[in-house]
Ligand binder design. Structure first.
Ligand code: GBH
Length: 511
């Protein structure tokens, strides 16, 4: 099947949707324009040492100004759906409760243009850029208190009201796990809280042994509350669907001992099931109750019930796999809580010395080991844990998938002929096509991460994931860099396509 086969839409079920994904802070720029208020990422990215290359999202891809050009290149890609996020602080810049109409009109125009181009919008309400006023409010403290639920619900309700006539697919929160672990566990992402700074970068003090669990709990409840509002007030009339996007790596056992096999299961539970179990009507995984004890919050019966019925679909962001090795070594939990509690370390090679997957770029950089084969394993694991019947009711979408090449910060001609990444995306899609066909997994769509090279959070602008290269030194010029990644007719991109500048392709649209 793989050799010489030209992958196309025919290899996927009818109605399967292809798209690309982005997030507001990573692409929009215009951080201080259009009445936008600050978010925790504006503060975090401006603190020296937080972003590896010292860049910020102040301008990023300047999508705020170039969005029409971007819709033109999306049209060229031939995608069905576009997943983007709304910047909460563009809608509610401060605590006054006043809508920022300039922000509203930006998203109105983006949505209208997409629809005109025949592309369906998939909107993420929260992709990590919490309004600063909510982080600083002592009664809210970002996601550290349950009060975030009230504010998230108000924000979500306004988005449904403003955009729900045209937006039919909503993702509440992107990657509760990453928010919790990287924002409050190791402090590598905003708000950068952790107990002990391992990198020498000053981080705001937090308690990493408890905060990630509290934050994930509050984020789940905020998600469920927003869904309730949608269900009660909007869904019948607007006829849309609402879900969440989760992440979590796949884990293979480090060796074939039963100890390491159990360790791999625990790791999957601490990443994927942590968030999915409550959404499928279960408590947090038993392994987490055991590992974290009283530090893991409990659900009231009401909360449990609300969560159990809070998704129309599950978005899964697939990136990588690791090996898991059993370990009882005590590591100060305040520092490395997630390793200690799950009694396992993560390894990149197994006991035979085999690397889990290839890494692109310099040998010691980047967290992604390219394992296209692991995506079907995750899908199978999800189906086995939650049951075929449940999954038939709650379909899955691959809401992100992609890879970076840390050496790709190169002149555009090299950067635009990124054969390794082309192979990776193709391989992942082939694995997906085969497993959907053979096992009838209910996967309804696939979004490549990302449309453009963008502000890759703490890895900065030098870490490039785009189907389109962005020249950050030269007016954020866009260039097609994966011309053959989706063989026709999947996304309809032509081999010879090199979009010289985004300006050239703009103008196809009348919006
Ligand atoms: C996604 O997160 C995000 O949704 C998206 O915004 C982002 O651009 C994309 O990934 C690419 O990174 O080993 O310390 O470097 C995926 C979840 C976030 C989990 C980064 C691993 C790196 C940890 N991943 N994290 S580290």
């Amino acid at each position: 099947f793989y050799k010489g086969h030209r992958l196309g839409r025919k290899d996927f079920p009818s109605g399967f949707q292809f798209g690309v994904a982005t997030a507001a802070y990573q692409i929009e720029g215009a951080a201080f324009e259009g009445g936008r208020g600050l978010s925790i990422w504006d503060v975090f990215s401006h603190i020296q040492g937080n972003i590896v290359d010292g860049t910020t999202g102040d301008v990023a891809c300047d999508h705020y100004h170039l969005y029409k050009d971007d819709i033109s290149i999306m049209k060229k890609l031939g995608i069905d759906v576009y997943r983007f996020s709304i910047s909460w602080s563009r809608i509610f810049p401060d605590g006054s409760g006043q809508l920022n109409l300039e922000g509203v009109s930006f998203y109105n125009s983006l949505i209208d243009c997409l629809l005109e181009a025949g592309i369906e919008p998939y909107v993420t309400l929260y992709h990590w850029d919490l309004p600063l006023w909510l982080e600083n409010d002592v009664n809210v403290k970002g996601f550290l208190t349950k009060n975030i639920e009230k504010y998230f619900t108000i924000y979500a309700e306004n988005c449904f009201k403003l955009f729900g006539d045209r937006v039919k697919s909503w993702v509440t929160i992107n990657e509760v796990r990453t928010i919790a672990v990287e924002g409050y566990g190791d402090g590598s992402k905003a708000p950068g809280r952790c107990s002990i700074s391992t990198s020498g970068i000053p981080k705001s003090r937090g308690d990493s042994s408890t905060e990630p669990y509290i934050v994930a709990h509050n984020a789940l409840l905020a998600h469920a509350a927003a869904v309730q509002v949608y269900r009660k007030t909007f869904q019948a009339e607007q006829k849309g669907r609402i879900g969440i996007a989760v992440d979590g790596k796949w884990f293979e056992p480090y060796s074939d001992t039963s100890e390491d096999e159990a360790a791999a299961q625990r790791c999957i539970e601490f990443e994927i099931a942590w968030i999915l179990d409550p959404l499928f009507g279960m408590d947090y995984p038993a392994s987490m109750r055991k590992g974290a004890g009283d530090r893991l919050p409990k659900f009231s019966e009401e909360e449990h019930n609300i969560l159990a019925d809070s998704v129309d679909f599950i978005g899964y962001n697939y990136y990588t796999a690791y090996y898991a090795k059993h370990s009882e070594a005590y590591i100060e939990p305040a520092e490395r809580w997630h390793l200690t509690d799950r009694l396992a370390t993560t390894e990149t090679s197994n006991s035979d010395g085999n690397l889990i997957g290839e890494r692109f770029g310099p040998p010691d950089l980047g967290w992604i080991f390219n394992c296209p084969w692991a995506l079907p394993k995750v899908l199978k694991w999800i189906e086995q844990r939650y049951g075929k019947q449940q999954i038939a009711k709650i379909p899955i979408l691959i809401t992100e998938n992609g890879t970076m090449d840390m050496a790709r910060n190169l002149p555009s001609d090299v950067a635009c002929n990124d054969l390794k990444r082309i192979e990776y995306l193709k391989a992942t899609l082939q694995h997906l096509a085969v497993c959907i066909k053979e096992h009838e997994y209910q996967v309804k769509g696939y979004f490549a991460w990302s449309l453009l090279d963008n502000f890759e959070w703490n890895s900065g602008l030098g870490c490039r994931f785009g189907l389109y290269y962005v020249d950050f030194e030269n007016k954020q010029m866009r260039m097609a860099c994966l011309p053959d990644c989706f063989d026709q007719p999947i996304m309809g991109i032509e081999l010879s396509t090199v979009v010289a500048t985004s300006r050239v392709v703009a103008g196809n649209l009348s919006c």
